[in-house]
Design a binder for this molecule. Structure first.
Ligand code: MG
Length: 373
């Protein structure tokens, strides 16, 4: 069933430490399962996507977002004849390196690191998690994932300059990632741009009239739905319109990518890797609709006064705890103190904070910076 340009598990470059094959699960299925059983994966449940867990149990968190990305990516992969097992592993692992408090946490952590001449990058952090921090197996540290999953963790959403990142040389930085990895980035965009409309509306931070007048593709479907179900409540009309948007984005991604694949005349995975651009894309028209949706979300949701206040709190908590542990490394958990003997302290503090859930970092803040005052 696999297309000739798909990644084949039997051609995998393999694991760092070779392991005997499993009786009935192939290596990409095993990688997917290792991700699902990882501690960092379970913590996604208590990490912010857009809204912190304290507001409501109905909003997406990083875990449910991740599951939505996996669902969308699997659907697209199957239509394109790609390796669904690899796609699923990559989708499930794609946000595993995210710190608490969503993008605000990431920004604050990066700013704190920059003061020490370092930086925080969630893809690189995800690689550290699967290579080192997960301790589950007696034979090795980390999850010992296949090359293709580690490569996808790094390369799914951006390119890394081989000159600036010599430590990543093994990941073929001058070549494009396989279509399975390229797909994750667009599936992620589709997932959150439609889901955040939903959560924003549910949270009453987005108003139906504003969505209708600022997001033309939503309005087009809303009018269609109003004709079909004139008596339905607004929330159901909203759902129907949002669902149609999601279906349009996914359908367009499939057909546009099929056209690109035909045009590029791909004979195998090497043609994908050597192609000058990424081939998994939306059409210009639908990409513009996605961009308008995203701009609307930035202006009306992500930068809304309600969320701004929350983001300010997040930045204060991350920045002040970071400084606290730089000043008092003896209060770090013992394994982190040991690690600080081999790596710069700011990196170790960053690793510690990045692994935290929203709940845990709140507790730490109360413990070290509120109660001790
Ligand atoms: Mg994501």
């Amino acid at each position: 069933m696999l297309a000739e340009y798909a990644v084949r598990v039997e051609n995998s470059r393999g694991r760092r430490i070779p392991e005997p094959p499993h009786r009935y699960r192939n290596d990409f299925q095993r990688d997917r399962d290792r991700v699902v059983h990882a501690r960092a994966f379970r913590r996604l449940e208590a990490k912010t996507q857009v809204f912190t867990h304290r507001e409501s149990d109905h909003f997406r968190n990083r875990l449910t977002h991740t599951i939505e990305v996996a669902q969308i990516a699997r659907t697209i992969a199957a239509q394109l004849g790609l390796n669904v097992d690899l796609v699923e592993a990559l989708a499930l692992v794609h946000d595993i390196g995210h710190p608490p408090f969503g993008h605000a946490g990431e920004k604050a952590l990066n700013a704190a690191m920059r003061r020490h001449g370092l930086y925080f990058d969630h893809n690189l952090h995800a690689l550290r998690i699967v290579e080192d921090f997960e301790v589950r197996y007696a034979a090795f540290r980390g999850l010992n994932l296949t090359f293709e999953v580690r490569e996808g963790i790094i390369k799914h959403s951006r390119d890394y300059d081989p000159v600036r990142y010599p430590e990543l040389a093994e990941y073929l930085l001058d070549l494009r990632p396989p279509l399975e990895a390229q797909l994750i980035d667009v599936a992620d965009e589709i997932a959150y741009s439609t889901a955040d409309l939903d959560d924003g509306f549910e949270a009453r931070l987005l108003v139906l009239e504003d969505i209708r007048s600022n997001v033309p593709i939503f309005e087009k479907y809303f009018l269609e739905v109003e004709k079909l179900y004139p008596d339905a409540p607004d929330k159901l009309k909203f759902n129907e319109a949002q669902k149609r948007m999601l279906d349009r984005f996914v359908g367009d991604l499939i057909t546009t990518t099929q056209q690109q694949i035909r045009r590029a005349d791909l004979r195998g995975i090497d043609d994908v890797r050597r192609h000058p651009e990424r081939l998994v894309t939306l059409s210009a028209e639908v990409d513009e609709e996605r961009r308008i949706t995203k701009d609307f979300l930035y202006n009306n949701l992500y930068f809304s006064p309600t969320l701004d206040e929350e983001k300010d709190d997040a930045e204060i908590i991350v920045a002040s705890l970071f400084q606290y542990w730089i000043d008092h490394p003896d209060t770090l958990p013992h394994p982190y103190q040991q690690k600080a003997e081999q790596e710069p302290l700011p990196r170790i503090v960053c690793d510690y904070i990045a692994g935290m859930t929203d709940n845990f970092i709140f507790e730490q803040y109360d413990k070290y910076l509120v109660e001790s005052r």
